[in-house]
Structure formats: C-alpha cells, structure tokens
Design a protein around this ligand. Structure first.
Ligand code: HEM
Length: 305
C-alpha cells in the first residue's frame, strides 16, 4: 500500500529545516571551529596572543581604544602617531611578541609576505635621476660653452628641486602612510621564519609602526627628516627597504609614480600663485577612516603672491 503523498508544505518545511541546519553548521565552522583550530595550531608553535572570542574577537576592545585615542589630539609637530592611530596594536605588542591575527613588525618578514616569495620591488626613480645628473655634467662640461653650462646648471637645479620634493613626499608618506596596515591571508600552509601557518591565517602588516620603528629608521624615526631619502628609498634604512606606503611585491600600488607626480604637480600649481601656512585652527589629530587622515581636517591659509 502506498502511504499518503507528502504535502507541499511539509516538503517546504523539511527543506527549510535542512537549510537551517546547514547554516548553523556553516556558522559554527566559520565562527568557532576554524578560528579555534588555527589558534591551537599557532599556539602549539609558541605564538602567544589574546584568546579567541566568539563572533566579536577583539573588535569591541579595538573600538573602545580607538574612541579613547580619538578624544586626545597630539601636540602640534609631534609625529608620534602610532599610539593614537593604532592603540590596540600598541597594547598587543607590549604584551605579546606575536598575536593570533599575526602582526609582524619585522620588515624582512613583511616583505616576504607581500612578495609571496617571488615579487621584486621596482628600483626607485630618485637614484636614477641622480645618476642622470652626474652623467649629464660629466658628458657636457668639457665640450660645451658657457651658455650650455648655464643651461645645464639650470636643468640640474630643476632636477634637484624635483628630487628634494620627492624626498619630502616620501618622508610624509613614511610618517603618515595613508594605508596604515596591509592584510594578507594564507591560502595554503606556508612556512615563514620557522613557523608553519595553516591555510586561513590573517597577517596584519602594520605599515605605520614599521615606518616609525627606531630600530629600522634610527633614533630620529619620528622626526621629519626628508634627507634620509637622499639616496632613494632602498638606501634609507639598513634593511633592503622598509618603506611600504605603496605595499610591495606583485600587488604593489600600480599608481605609485602617478600619485607622486600628481602631488608634485598640485604643489607646483599652488606654489606658482600662492604661499601657504597652517591655519591656527589646525588640530593635529591623525586618525583612520579607511585611510589615514586629519580628524578635524587640514585648514591652511593661502596668501596670493
Ligand atoms: C599616495 C597615494 C597612494 C597610496 C599611498 C597608495 C597605496 C596603495 C597600496 C598600499 C596598495 C596595496 C594594497 C594591498 O595590497 O592591500 C595599492 C594598490 C593599488 N593602487 Fe594605490 N596608492 C596611492 C595612489 C594610487 C593611484 C593614484 C592609483 C591609480 C592611478 C592607484 C592604483 C592602485 C591599484 C590599481 C592598486 C591595486 C594593485 C594590485 O592589487 O595589483 N593608487 N595602493
């Protein structure tokens, strides 16, 4: 004997129950099982950090510290912005060498992560321009007349002005990188610095802290000193490079030369007709809303030349 045919409603109910079960299992896997498994794998290798908390992780604590830091502006002229912009990271670093969502302040390791072990950083243009200047002088001086020498002198001054502006822009981007940290996730197990990271580990590369680290940039790390870039970005530190404003490796910013050129053109256009200075109403309060920016804007006083 055949049983009574199932009604469309009971079929829909069964389907919904299966979908709900699947959603619960997926949520459990995503929010609890996977993070706990990754945490165990990293702790087993000696990495320390705050314990994983269901759903919120460290978001609430991060938000609280950010709000607290945002209520206190910095003194004018201070470039010690890391504790204000990344207070949670600063606290973590004081307590732990490493962290579950691993932060690394080692520029070599950061480069390796960003390069995915195969990328190469394009040579900086300033060093190339400097070589061109020297080459130009050596080639022309003995053979050209005074007029040509004066022209070359003018050209060199123009080029040097360009180099100095580039140095200034690099120093601004070092102290105030618009992208304060970069993130990468492992898509398969990877070994770095003697530690095996399973698939799904998030790396946070705190560009801002690397850029302010005295062990990398010297004791004047939080001073504005464009001279450090006199020989190009790669020679500014004892490391190969620790300047990550435009990231590094295969996903390096495609617009980096354009961005520098654009900034130079904007500056040149303004300076042709105006001089400018900071308005007395300026409050020094760098903070992040996606990118690093002045919390209360950047009012300046323009004076027509
Ligand atoms: C000062 C200005 C700029 C800064 C600091 C900057 C910084 C960055 C950084 C850090 C990344 C890498 C993000 C990551 O890998 O997670 C990036 C990627 C990128 N940037 Fe920029 N950028 C700037 C201006 C520009 C401009 C003006 C353009 C275009 C004209 C541009 C186009 C791109 C593109 C297309 C990528 C993606 C590259 C890829 O994923 O392969 N950027 N930028």
């Amino acid at each position: 004997m055949l049983g009574e045919a199932a009604s469309p409603w009971s079929l829909a109910g069964a389907g919904a129950a299966v979908a709900l079960l699947w959603l619960c299992a997926w949520t459990l896997q995503w929010a609890w099982w996977t993070p706990r498994r990754l945490e165990r794998a990293l702790r087993a290798q000696g990495l320390r950090g705050t314990r994983y908390r269901l759903f919120i992780g460290d978001v609430a604590e991060n938000g609280r510290l950010n709000r607290e830091a945002a209520s206190r502006p910095l003194p004018l002229g201070s470039h010690d912005v890391v504790p204000r912009v990344m207070p949670f990271f600063c606290n973590v670093l004081k307590e732990h060498d490493y962290y579950f969502l691993r932060f690394t302040i080692d520029p070599d390791l950061a480069r390796e992560i960003l390069s995915n072990k195969s990328g190469n950083f394009a040579k900086q243009t300033t060093a190339g321009i400097a070589k061109f200047v020297v080459g130009g002088v050596v080639t022309y001086l003995p053979i050209e007349n005074n007029r040509r020498i004066r022209e070359i002198d003018q050209e060199i001054r123009t080029i040097l002005r360009g180099i100095i502006v580039t140095m200034i822009l690099h120093e601004v981007l070092r102290l105030y990188p618009p992208v304060v940290f970069l993130q990468r996730t492992t898509h398969k197990e990877i070994e770095l610095g003697g530690i095996k990271y399973p698939e799904g580990v998030n790396f946070t590369l705190p560009v801002l802290s690397i850029h302010h680290d005295p062990s990398i940039w010297g004791q004047d790390a939080i001073k504005f000193n464009p001279e450090r870039f006199a020989n190009g970005v790669s020679k500014a530190t004892k490391f190969q490079t620790a300047f990550f404003s435009f990231a590094w490796g295969p996903r390096i910013c495609l617009g980096q030369s354009f961005a520098i050129l654009e900034a130079k053109m904007a500056l040149a256009t303004i300076l042709q007709s105006f001089s400018f200075e900071l308005s007395p109403s300026y409050t020094h309060a760098p903070h992040t809303v996606l990118t690093l920016q002045p919390q209360y804007g950047s009012p300046i006083k323009l004076k027509k030349l």
